[in-house]
Structure formats: structure tokens, C-alpha cells
Design a binder for this molecule. Structure first.
Ligand SMILES: Cc1ncc(COP(=O)(O)O)c(C=O)c1O
Length: 372
């Protein structure tokens, strides 16, 4: 049974993921305006929302294409966008074939960091009879994926020319190691700028100037224009934001669009109450910096989720006089919003205390085929 539009927030079951539409709209507009002001191609990462509705809004506001992490995200997003980047190496024949089978009229790009993935992707592209653009992923300090900038990156880019179904489409990097407060990023951004300049100069000298230099994250989003030669940005979390982003100053707590609506279910143990949002609603995501806990209450920053079981979240009341009744509802600003999206099938969009709409988390899960 569906809920009528304009239902009151109180009519929603809990725990549920609730997005403040005014905040979402503001975040989307701010991101689009920044990209346009600095002449960047905006290719938002859909991992944060996994939703056709939000992707549609990003495209409507000027995003040129979308970034995906999983083949399923790309399959789902191919229904609204014909320019997709899969920023994850599709290693192995099964994964590469699935990627190459994305709708043929999609301009597909893949970021990778090894000759092995290049080889398997080329074979899959050949089988599918399509062209795939390749971004060479470089490691700029996160030490997760990415070839060492310099000779290794250039050598990988040069190999792409061996395969007739692949073309060198650019260089990609993810500055995920830069997570300090915005104002304290100067040194790390200067190091990153020097690294990019040296790497891209080497590409230029080899006659292989990358058509695209793709970077960006939410923590560094608003300072991307201080970096050299970037043409494309891939922010993800900026649409919803979270406690982590607010903690480092990439947004304020008022810019956090998504909260978990939960109900107080127990007040039996003194000094705390229990809500029905535990790890299966919030994830067990740590928060960096001086903060602690697994989320904080909207409008009550002194109340945090201090401990969790799967379905229980313990609210620490030691810093507040507030004593909620059993049945009272709260909204938790999660530490890491992308995990919360991934834990939900449906998102409710609210304006004030009215539920205006809902949308599915379309690309949730892997989209694997069952055995018949
Ligand atoms: C490759 C890549 N690009 C872009 C992003 C977006 O980062 P953020 O959510 O910080 O904006 C991520 C996030 O994990 C990523 O892994």
C-alpha cells in the first residue's frame, strides 16, 4: 500500500532514510554552480545515491556524464545517461564482459591501473564489438589503486594503443587521502599539484597529452580549482553530505540532506535510550577528527549514537538534560551517508514535516542473476 503525498513525517515507519529536499536541491545547485564557474566537466559519482531520480537532477543541472563504481550502477544509469565512467578496474573475464555489455550506445570509459585489466577489457570489448575509453588511474597518495605517477603511468597509457577496441581517454586520480579540514589542506594540495604537473608534463613530452584529467572528491571539492590541469570532477557525497563531510568543513551540518528517522524503543538503562537504528540502518562507520560515535541527532549535536547492535542504537544522554519518551522520534545524521543509502530500498523526500515523494535506490545491490 502506498502513502499519500503530503503525508506527515510521523506517518513514516522507522527506521527509514529521509532526505530533506530543500537541502538536496541546494547541494545539487551548489555543486553544479562550482563546476560551471570553473569550467569543469561535472561527472558525479552515483555511489552516494544509486538513484535514477537524483542522477536525473544532476544531469538536468549540467552534469555531462556519471561515474559508477559497479557494473550494476552503470547498467542502471545507462537508462538515463549515455556517457558513463566506471571508476573501478573490471578484473577477470566475467566482470569485464559484463562491463562491455553495457548498452552499446553509451560512451563507456573505464579507469584501470594494470596491463592485465587492459588485456581482459580489450578482449571483452572485441567480443562485444564496441569501443571503450580508458583512463589510466594514478595513485596520488591514497595508496589504494593507481599506478605510480610518472614512468609506470605513461607506460600503461602507451600500451592502450595496442588494442583497436580501446582508446586512451585520460588520466584519473582520487585524492581520498586528503580528509583534513578544508583550511588545513594547503600542503597536501600543493604536493598534489606538483605531482600532477610532473606526471602530465611527462605525458606531454611523450606526445600523449590526456584528453581528460579526472579527479575530485567531496573533501577537496571546493578547492579543486587550485589544482592544475583538471578538466573533470567526480564528487559523490556532496549531494547528501554527512557528519564526516561536515566535520572537515566541506559542508555544514545543515547541509546534511539525509538523516535516518528512528524511534526511541527503550529507556530502561539509566543515562541512555535505545533507538531502532543500529548497524543495519547506520553502518558501523567511524568518524574522523574530534568527534566520536556513529552519528549525531539532528538539532541535538550533543547526543550521539555511542554504541550499536544490529537493530539497536544507544543514544548517550550524558551531555544533555533531554530525556525522550519511548515512542519519540529522532533523526540521526550518519557518519558516512553512502553506506546508509546502500542499506535502504527506498528514500523518502521531505519538505519540513511533509513527505513530498519517495524514490527507490535503483542501483542498490549487485544485480546478479538468480539460477533458474
Ligand atoms: C574513484 C572515486 N571517485 C570519486 C569518488 C567520490 O568521492 P566523494 O564521495 O568524496 O565525493 C569516490 C569515492 O569513494 C571514488 O572512489
Amino acid at each position: 500500500m502506498s502513502l499519500p503525498a503530503a503525508s506527515h513525517l510521523d506517518s513514516l515507519e522507522t527506521p527509514s532514510a529521509v532526505v530533506d529536499l530543500d537541502v538536496l536541491e541546494r547541494n545539487l545547485a551548489r555543486g553544479a554552480a562550482y563546476a560551471s564557474k570553473h569550467g569543469f566537466v561535472l561527472r558525479p559519482h552515483v555511489k552516494t545515491h544509486k538513484s535514477l531520480f537524483v542522477a536525473g537532477e544532476q544531469l538536468r543541472l549540467g552534469a555531462r556524464g556519471l561515474t559508477c563504481a559497479t557494473p550494476f550502477e552503470a547498467e542502471v544509469m545507462s537508462s538515463v545517461c549515455n556517457d558513463l565512467l566506471i571508476a573501478y578496474p573490471p578484473a577477470g573475464t566475467v566482470g569485464a564482459r559484463r562491463v562491455a555489455a553495457i548498452r552499446p550506445d553509451v560512451q563507456l570509459k573505464v579507469a584501470l591501473d594494470s596491463p592485465q585489466v587492459l588485456e581482459v577489457l580489450a578482449a571483452a570489448a572485441e567480443t562485444a564489438g564496441r569501443k571503450i575509453g580508458v583512463y589510466v588511474e594514478i595513485d596520488v597518495g591514497m595508496r589504494r589503486v593507481g599506478v605510480t605517477p610518472g614512468g609506470d603511468a605513461l607506460a600503461l597509457a602507451q600500451r592502450i594503443g595496442k588494442y583497436r577496441n580501446l582508446e586512451f581517454a585520460g588520466v584519473a586520480f582520487y585524492p581520498g587521502h586528503i580528509r583534513g579540514p578544508i583550511a588545513a589542506q594547503d600542503d597536501e594540495l600543493a604536493d598534489l599539484a606538483a605531482l600532477l604537473n610532473a606526471t602530465l608534463d611527462a605525458f606531454d613530452r611523450a606526445g600523449l597529452t590526456p584528453p581528460t584529467v579526472s579527479g575530485g572528491s567531496t573533501p577537496t571539492f571546493w578547492r579543486t580549482h587550485e589544482l592544475p590541469r583538471i578538466t573533470e570532477i567526480r564528487p559523490g557525497s556532496y549531494v547528501y553530505n554527512d557528519r564526516e563531510s561536515a566535520g572537515i568543513g566541506a559542508c555544514t551540518i545543515d547541509d546534511c540532506a539525509l538523516t535516518v528517522l528512528a524511534t526511541v524503543v527503550s529507556a530502561a538503562v539509566p543515562g541512555q535510550v535505545v533507538i531502532n537504528a543500529g548497524t543495519k540502518a547506520l553502518g558501523r562507520e567511524p568518524v574522523r577528527g574530534e568527534h566520536s560515535g556513529f552519528g549525531q541527532l539532528l538539532g541535538r549535536p550533543d547526543v550521539t549514537v555511542s554504541r550499536m547492535s544490529e537493530e539497536h542504537g544507544i543514544l548517550d544522554l550524558s551531555k544533555t538534560d533531554w530525556r525522550p519518551e519511548i515512542g519519540e522520534r529522532v533523526r540521526v545524521v550518519p557518519n558516512h551517508v553512502c553506506i546508509v543509502t546502500h542499506l535502504n530500498d527506498l528514500i523518502y523526500g521531505v519538505r519540513g514535516d511533509k513527505v513530498e515523494r519517495s524514490w527507490p535506490v535503483d542501483a542498490r545491490g549487485r544485480g546478479f542473476k538468480p539460477i533458474s
